[in-house]
Design a protein around this ligand. Sequence first.
Ligand code: PLP
Length: 343
Amino acid sequence: MEIIDLRSDTVTTPTPEMREAMYYAKVGDDVYEEDPTVVELEQLGANLLGKEAGLFLPSGTMGNQVAVMSWTRRGNEVILEAESHMYYYEVGGLAVLSGVQVRTVKGERGVMNPVEVESAIRSPNIHFPETALICVENTHNRGGGKVIPLDNMRSIYEVAKRHNLSVHLDGARIFNASIYLKLEASELAKYADSVMFCLSKGLSAPVGSLLVGSSPFIKLARKYRKMLGGGMRQVGVIASAGVVALKTMINRLQEDHDNAKLLAEGLQEVPYLYVNPTEVETNMVIIEVVSSSMSAGALARALSKEGLFCNATSPSTIRLVTHKDINRQQILQSIAIFKGLKF
Ligand SMILES: *Cc1c(COP(=O)(O)O)cnc(C)c1O
């Protein structure tokens, strides 16, 4: 049976060009900053986002955590969206690694109201922790791949600057946002002091993320990456695939967005589901299971028996993610699998 894997864009496999680049990659010891391929990737990533310097890390989680370690001191408070990846999916790392306290702001599918962000900032008071950082996530994962509009990012950044705070952008899928908005990623990155983005999701590299920001910030982040055991040696072997990802894989994300839209439109006709195609902006489709006789988890298990893999993200919702290893034909077949399920 052919498997259609819509669990995540992390399941993408490297392209032939990536494998070739990996084979021939020039390497050196990157802890000594002597790996030319890593240096190239870090510079390329920084340039794309309009920042001074970059740092290659094994994962997006490490990139976000190292960013918070670099921006904060123990006992500080960090403002985050209530459904954000950094709060929801990073194993409590902010508390453990940075020793910070989190203040959440509930957004509308991940989009925070700048007025609420501002009122979450602590005033000087002997009883209060000091707010140090505001984090924004674009595209927003639990918001169903929702794009945070440029205006919203600008307003939050202006709030931050009025209060002398830094902004970190969890831009794991920043290029999905830039493609949707038809803007350079650097336009979005203007409204953040640091940005993390993933090479290993829609961009299809096998491993790795980049953190970009000012040179002094990246110098400090490099130290914390080493502390966490993320200082790697001849890692140009994998950074080379990241270079290919940034050079060849950004514009094709539109195809994933088109496929997600097609999927959502097709699933509208499935009686036991609710889906709103107008909410599909990038490569994710969130469907709500409206049948009382089956939970989202049970539906995901039933689908997997038919060769369609997806993740339940709550007792009543399923997330489907399109990516470069899924074509239009497989989208149509996925819709047929949903329609064919009997329960
Ligand atoms: C995937 C993801 C991350 C973390 O990336 P990993 O490489 O899986 O650690 C961070 N933020 C968001 C929004 C993500 O979707």
